[in-house]
Design a protein around this ligand. Structure first.
Ligand code: ZN
Length: 353
């Protein structure tokens, strides 16, 4: 088994090289997972060369011919996913017909999650899957009926309707409970990207469409420590660890981490393999994530706009755990990054690659 971090790194190296990227094209796409396909797409969008390098995700959502230069193995996966999507449409229409007026399932959302979990899978559970996006509610209504003597009587009737589930966390827990498939943070983030790509024509990026350069590929040092926001982190440090003047109170205090200025929506990556300890809102840290690692290390990622992981989830170095933002006690979009050793806050610079 090839180390996925190494594969991602190899892909990153290739993809960040303009010449290599153009030459590699679909050969690279064929050997890597859908998340890497998206990385390829992000890069090609960045360089304005998206025309012929259309992603597998987009091809699945389309009905036209599949380009001839796509390898057979990939072609089969795309055709299979298209067939699954047709089946999904039928189930979605069926669920839809049992919804109150004004309620609806978003077929792109359903398919985007399906794509990220089942692209290339054999015989995925289509019908059960679509039902994970809706809850059944029991309603009662009073109807007037005629009794045996022809008199009007009021009768209570009980019926079921489907209600769309808006919260994706609930959807993913339904998928886990009824299908036994736990979506990783990366798969959830991948689904968000596919959704945005199909619905709006571009993957999830910062406000105004600006993504921090290099943030779309993991940047891992020799010791396995991954920069949470890509290779260029040194250029975007806006506040060091240690003593500083607090930007809000004007008082001198000890800064507990390092601030890295990144546009809202930038993918934030796990620094090391570990287990998600906290993924929640805090009035100070905003939406934040902590990850427990081996050797008494703990990393913290603060002020995110969106969390993509749940407590207890296992992550690898480089997995996307959140999208950056400016929530909590923050004066502008940035990532507040902490490294704690046995509970003691330490300077993240000692660890970053
Ligand atoms: Zn900070």
């Amino acid at each position: 088994m090839v180390d996925p971090v190494l594969v991602a790194k190899a892909a990153a190296t290739l993809l960040t090289n303009e010449k290599a990227r153009k030459g590699v094209g679909w050969v690279l796409v064929a050997i890597l997972s859908p998340i890497i396909v998206l990385v390829a797409l992000l890069c090609s969008l960045g360089s304005g060369a998206a025309d012929h390098n259309i992603s597998a995700a987009q091809l699945c959502f389309q009905t036209g011919p599949i380009p001839a230069d796509i390898p057979a193995e990939y072609r089969i996966c795309i055709e299979q996913t298209r067939a699954n999507f047709t089946e999904l449409d039928t189930v979605i229409a069926d669920i839809q017909s049992n919804m109150d007026e004004g309620n609806s399932l978003d077929p792109i959302r359903v398919k985007a999650v399906f794509f990220s979990l089942y692209f290339g899978a054999e015989a995925p559970p289509v019908s059960q899957f679509a039902h994970c996006f809706a809850a059944s509610e029991t309603r009662t209504e009073t109807v007037t009926e005629k009794d045996e003597d022809g008199n009007d009587v009021e009768v209570e009737r009980i019926y079921n309707v489907f209600v769309p589930i808006e919260d994706m966390g609930t959807v993913y827990s339904h998928i886990a409970a009824s299908l036994g498939v736990t979506a990783t943070g990366e798969q959830q983030s991948n689904a968000d990207n596919v959704y945005s790509l199909v619905k709006y024509g571009y993957p999830v990026t910062g406000e105004g469409g600006a993504a921090f350069e290099g943030a779309d590929v993991p940047y891992v040092g020799a010791d396995g420590f991954c920069s949470p926001v890509g290779a260029g982190w040194r250029n975007i440090v806006t506040s060091e660890f240690g003593g500083r003047i607090d930007p809000i109170t004007g008082q001198r205090d000890g800064h507990t981490g390092m601030d890295l200025a990144v546009p809202t929506g930038t993918p934030v990556r796990a620094a090391l393999p570990g287990t998600i300890r906290v993924a929640q809102y805090d009035s100070s840290y905003g939406y934040y994530v902590t990850i427990g690692h081996e050797g008494g290390l703990l990393t913290l990622y603060g002020h995110n706009s969106r969390l993509l992981v749940r407590p207890g989830q296992q992550v690898q170095a480089g997995d996307v755990v959140s999208l950056s933002g400016s929530t909590g006690r923050s004066t502008g979009p940035h990532l507040h990054f902490e490294v704690r050793l046995n509970g003691q806050r330490t300077n993240p610079r000692y660890y970053l690659p």
